[in-house]
Design a protein around this ligand. Structure first.
Ligand SMILES: NC(=O)C1=CN([C@@H]2O[C@H](COP(=O)(O)OP(=O)(O)OC[C@H]3O[C@@H](n4cnc5c(N)ncnc54)[C@H](OP(=O)(O)O)[C@@H]3O)[C@@H](O)[C@H]2O)[C@@H](O)CC1
Ligand SMILES: Nc1ncnc2c1ncn2[C@@H]1O[C@H](COP(=O)(O)OP(=O)(O)O)[C@@H](O)[C@H]1O
Ligand SMILES: [Mg+2]
Length: 282
């Protein structure tokens, strides 16, 4: 198991080149945020914005539109019942996140089905939260051609892999990943010290704090992963950097706050990114 340290940030986060525009920093589409869990979609999309993705759209229940725009008008919004527009936005995106606060009802199932059947091999699909639970219990294809990044907590991984939490160990986890998911899949198994699995390698995060143990923290991680993949392309190093950066921002907030609110954590991301981009080494 390889330990992830802040070296991954200096490797992955490069300074921006002067002659660039928003289109060079990637299009991220977040599909999430039901009536009950609106905050989850907003946190994911907001995290992608503050991690530097060029263009971000949140497809969500319409009750969430005003709350999103009161916070970040930079993010575009689509009513997720408009499946025709959603389908074309899925095709245009570089990275799609599905699941934070999606819910488990039949509309959520249709959105997951549409996404899995629309994405192509040039895109990254990050599957989190309710979409993982749906994937575990329903009849969905998991052999979709996109680069997959799965971000379960241990109970979501139990549902997906069949491994009880007490049975989850590196060998069992990597075997389950290899048997059940396409070879390009990355597994981010979230916990106190999050583990990241590819079919070849296993990594463990060294950043983070118990101040991060609060609702919405995983939703936030999805946006950070999406934005780093959208900007820096190579999905495995970008995912490792995202997990480390999330924990580091949590530690910064946690140093002075008993609980690190996800909405506070994301505001620390732009300063951390500029700091590490200046140290960039390749
Ligand atoms: N503001 C919002 O809109 C928010 C919206 N959210 C959205 O809600 C949806 C449901 O997601 P969910 O994670 O809350 O519920 P679920 O899938 O039932 O899992 C919980 C079960 O798993 C167990 N468990 C075991 N190990 C664990 C671990 N390491 N980490 C965490 N749990 C662990 C845990 O055990 P227990 O707490 O009983 O010890 C419990 O039995 C999803 O779409 C999400 O995006 C949330 O993000 C909150 C903020
Ligand atoms: N004690 C802890 N130490 C470090 N990180 C933690 C701790 N507790 C939770 N986290 C992090 O918070 C996130 C929780 O994700 P998740 O359970 O999906 O939250 P939610 O669905 O509420 O957004 C993960 O990234 C996890 O690593
Ligand atoms: Mg979650």
């Amino acid at each position: 198991m390889q330990l992830i340290t802040d070296e991954i940030l200096t490797q992955v986060i490069t300074p921006r080149l002067p002659e660039t525009h928003k289109g060079n920093y990637g299009r991220v589409l977040v599909i999430g945020g039901s009536k009950l869990y609106g905050g989850a979609g907003i946190l994911s999309a907001s995290a992608a914005l503050l991690t530097g993705a060029g263009l971000i759209t949140l497809a969500s229940d319409t009750v969430n539109r005003n709350a999103l725009h009161a916070r970040y008008p930079e993010i575009m919004f689509l009513d997720w019942t408009d499946l025709t527009t959603l389908s074309s936005l899925i095709k245009q995106a570089n990275v799609i996140v599905i699941g934070p606060g999606l819910g488990l009802d039949t509309d959520a199932q249709k959105l997951l089905q549409l996404t899995l059947t629309t994405v192509n091999a040039q895109q990254t699909l990050i599957i989190d939260g309710s979409a993982l639970t749906l994937l575990a219990t329903g009849d969905f294809k998991t052999n979709c051609p996109a680069q997959l990044v799965l971000t379960p907590h241990q109970e979501e991984w139990h549902r997906l892999s069949g491994l009880k939490i007490s049975e989850q160990n590196p060998i069992a986890n990597q075997t389950a990943l290899a048997t059940k998911f396409p070879k390009q899949t990355i597994l981010v198994l979230k916990q106190h010290r999050t583990e990241i699995y590819s079919h070849q390698d296993i990594f463990q995060n060294t950043s983070g704090t118990a101040a991060m143990a609060t609702g919405g923290m995983g939703d936030t991680l999805t946006g950070i992963i999406a934005a780093l993949i959208a900007q820096f392309k190579d999905p495995l190093p970008a995912t490792l950097a995202a997990v480390y950066l999330h924990g580091l921002a949590g530690q910064l907030v946690g140093a002075t706050h008993y609980v690190a609110l996800p909405s506070t954590l994301i505001e620390r991301l732009p300063e951390l990114m500029v700091q590490y981009s200046q140290k960039h080494s390749k």
